[in-house]
Design a protein around this ligand. Structure first.
Ligand SMILES: Cc1ncc(COP(=O)(O)O)c(C=O)c1O
Length: 400
């Protein structure tokens, strides 16, 4: 019997999750695998975060929450936008979800009509396209090559817009490339959007704090205030506070859109788990020094990986200015053969050989709409990163 309807059948499970599961299976079978597939910090959240969740549980009275998020947390989120981005949002312009991912889902579920187009610059996070598809929209991918820093230009945006365009997706710092948009680059996109008043902008700023070079972060909302009434900023505590498993994200935007998203939550998840909301409140309101400590760690690891990758022949790699990934060009190695005889026809084959014959799990670039690459998460220990680079180098040198 087939269970899936056409909507479910049109999408795949998250490729990064699938690779991570495959790696975990091999580890369970006793294989020595370095798993660099998932993008999540490998350290614990600050102690005051876990303490706040425990205190909320012990205090009791945990009932269904407000679909848009409990008020103390929304107040902390408003304070965060003011503190970090110079943006002012009222409580009715903020919604809390089960991770940034659910907020993307809410936004598209609430706004897309069948066939509406969403412009998605690639390389992009693996889930954008499928979340759009699941909600009846049509992803319109715009390829942004390494030569332009993997960034969408105003000319590319202009060319991608049609009468059906409903949303533009932006993500800076980017997963997987780490590209960070400048104020000027955003202003150029803003000038194009000014001519198309029906297009909404979703700026996914989840890696805001993970800056690996000296380039500052600029929120799209800050760069293009004239578009405030059609900009949705999505962020969350997963990456900055090492809270991926807590599942708390937040979004800020125009009141009508936020109310529509909250309505989607009221009919689906009801609200985010109360202890997780208490933890997110502590993360946003508490001592921010752990964020800087995490970033310092990622910077050191990024330097370690850059030093190693720079010496491996046949691969293309430029140190990323943000996020915690190494996006590695391997197109120069396609067409070769592995020691076990596998033909490396594409990045998927490359990643498979790297996993099965050399024990490193990575995500093939095709999952991000960028074939010819693989992505390493650098959110792993120095020892694991060294080992992964040793093995990648051994693989490259062993290709016939
Ligand atoms: C670009 C991007 N947006 C959103 C998310 C999801 O974040 P959350 O854990 O808040 O759902 C991720 C997670 O990997 C991501 O890389």
């Amino acid at each position: 019997m087939t269970f899936e309807n056409s909507r479910a059948a049109a999408v795949k499970s998250s490729p990064s999750m699938a690779v991570s599961m495959a790696a975990k299976r091999l580890i369970q079978e006793g294989r020595d695998i370095v798993d660099l597939s998932l993008g999540e910090p490998d350290f614990e959240p600050p102690a005051h975060v876990s303490d706040a969740a425990c205190a909320a549980i012990r205090a009791g009275g945990l009932r269904y929450g407000v679909p848009a998020g409990n008020e103390p947390l929304r107040r902390a989120i408003a304070a965060k936008f003011s503190r970090d981005n110079g943006l002012s949002f009222g409580l009715d312009e903020i919604v809390v979800g089960n991770g940034a991912k659910q907020l993307l889902f809410d936004a598209f579920l609430a706004t897309l009509e069948k066939g509406d187009e969403v412009v998605i610059p690639t390389p992009c996070w693996v889930s954008y396209g499928d979340i759009v598809t699941l909600n009846g929209g049509t992803p319109v991918y715009v390829e942004c090559p390494a030569a332009s820093g993997f960034k969408l230009t105003a000319a590319q945006l202009e060319a991608a817009i049609t009468p059906r365009t409903r949303w533009l997706m932006l993500n800076s710092p980017s997963n997987p490339t780490g590209a960070v948009m400048t104020r000027t680059e955003y202003e150029a996109l803003g000038a194009v959007l000014a001519k198309h008043p029906n297009i909404l902008v979703l700026s996914d700023e989840i890696y805001e704090h993970i800056l690996l070079a000296d380039q500052p972060f600029v929120s799209f909302g800050e760069a293009c205030p004239a578009l405030r009434e059609r900009t949705l900023i999505v962020n969350g505590v997963s990456k900055a506070y090492a809270m991926t498993g807590w599942r708390v994200g937040y979004a800020a935007g125009p009141k009508g859109l936020i109310a529509a998203m909250a309505k989607m939550q009221s009919q689906s998840v009801t609200s985010v788990s109360a202890p997780a909301q208490a933890a997110a409140l502590a993360a946003l309101d508490g001592d921010q020094s752990p964020v800087g400590e995490g970033v310092a760690l990622f910077r050191r690891r990024a330097a370690l990986v850059a030093n190693r990758l720079g010496t491996i022949p046949g691969i293309d790699f430029a140190p990323p200015p943000g996020a915690f990934y190494a996006f590695i060009g391997i197109s120069g190695l396609l067409g070769r053969r592995s020691p076990a005889g596998a033909q490396i026809v594409d990045d998927t084959a490359f990643a498979r050989v790297l996993l099965e014959e050399f024990g490193v799990s990575s995500i093939p670039g095709i999952a991000f709409g960028a074939p010819g690459h693989i992505r390493f998460s650098i959110a792993a220990s120095d020892a694991q990163l060294e080992k992964a680079c040793d093995r990648l180098e051994a693989m490259v040198r062993a290709l016939a």
